[in-house]
Design a protein around this ligand. Sequence first.
Ligand code: FES
Length: 629
Amino acid sequence: MAVLLTILTDPRDPTPRRTLALPPNTSILKSAHAASIEITATCGGRGRCTSCRVKFVAGTIPPPTIMDEIQLGNDLVREGYRLSCQCVPSEAVTVQVAPPLEERAFQILGAGPGVVGMGRVTLDSGIRKQVVKVSLPREEHHQISDLEQLAAALGVTPTDVGLAVLQGLPAALRDDPAGVTVTTFAPPGGRGSERVVAVERGDTAGMKFGLAVDIGTTSVVSTLIELDSGEQLASVSSLNPQAVFGGDLMSRIAFAQFDPGNLRKLHTRIIGLLNRHIEEACRQSGVLAKWIYKVVVVGNTCMHHVLLGIDPSYVGLAPYAPVMRHPLTLAARELFLKVNPEARVCLLPIVAGFVGADAVAVALATRMDDSPDIRVAVDIGTNGEVLLGSREHLWACSAPAGPALEGAQIRHGMRAALGAIDRVAIENGDLVLHTIGDAAAQGICGSGLIDAIAVLLDAGAIDWTGLIDLDHADRLPLPLRSRMMKRGDERAVILARPGESGAGQEIVLTQDDVRQVQLCKGAIASGAAMLQRIAGVPDDKVAELMLAGGFGNYLSIRSALRIGLIPALPEPRIRYVGNAALLGAQLALLSEIERDRAERIARGIEHVSLAAHPDFQDVFVDCMNFPRA
Ligand code: FES
């Protein structure tokens, strides 16, 4: 029999209290999602994170599951917290959804200086505007259409006219005696016919804008750009709202797998977000959305498929085949994007199931395809990618770091938001913490985790295998030693006691947290090591290591080297390149030659499937360990 479940949602929600009939054997998370109540499920409901936690405020609290105890710890379990994905109440209860993290303060790497700063880029977006005076049809006997009159005024017969243009044509031609502005899009090199994108009354020739979008697993960034000058007018970034249904790609694919309803949820969430970005970018810049005539989108293969409403199920199953790899151009109205309805939405090509258009955009932006020297680009993210090569040849592989560096699956992990510990050092024998915004410490984010492990390795508190080394703690300075502990079977280091750095509760780094970071850094480091091995490129032949992505710019290169997250190159040969995927999208937006180049790059990249390689297991295990001091 169904039991009544009352959910108190976030206070910002317009319907803060919802009561549902919970079917037998159904988890709180599952029935909340079925009723469109937002509960974040970063691990996709597998009991491997804490994002879906709820607090019981009325009714009998069910006994904790083993996953409750592991993920939440004894204190939270005692306070009545449970993982909603694991919890199946058998009588009427009321639960409070744990308030989401403060999104306003998230560090999402935005647009950077953009294409204008790159030089040597020919700006030719393919969008042209022309003001013409069109004579209206007059003859009744030898009839001629509005479109034919327009063609006569243009001097060419357009072969491809969008439906929305035809729908608006009679009014546009008759509304303004001064003439109309015709906007066309023509890919270079005669790849397709010239398409009429808009016919607007009056002279709007000076209004020509485009949008470059990078859809990441965790965050989404959009920039609004003036197409003739390349000037960035606005930049908007947000967390990817699909993360509620799974923090990493495999959880997201599992959610969508073979269930069209779930795929539709993911699809509508990303379209809704892009429309909010468009609205916000237009508000910031004063540009009208109808003047946005071209949009370029990059993202990994799963994000690409979901944006198009394509089932990504088979991307998650061996042999991980994408549904399509070629570049695609379609009309904005087909995706319900609220820019000009006939605006060209261009998706860059894909290399493989787990090496997407974002990797192609990174190669384009970093000019790896033009480099005489061998360079490596590491795009650090939930679904990371590694590229290696030069103009001779490019290799790429995926490096699924997972969401640990985003704070998921870490006891006191959080995203890089206000109050997150983002820097850790040791001074006078004790830990010194820095928090984002100098706010009271709430938890620890990825850059803080990497720093913490690096300094604890240096101090000898963690050994090269990743073990929190309690047996030799007597060698540590007293303040640090007093932070090392074993509770039950669990080893941990207390990063902040209540009151330290304003922490309201103890913040610890557990043995399991260290293992999660090892898995994550093992994925990235083994990706780079395998590509180097396959390409026969030792460290001393790598001219440059580029750290890209939304996360890359916030971590300390020294700490990343110390924990072995990246190849052991001298620091001067390592540099941040910012959000290179977004920069690649901007290049393709502003230059059809660059968009063509992206296609050539994608065709030339050799995808390396690491799991299938006989050396991979050994390399991965090796990369899980920390470099010895
Ligand atoms: S533990 Fe429930 S969604 Fe991750």
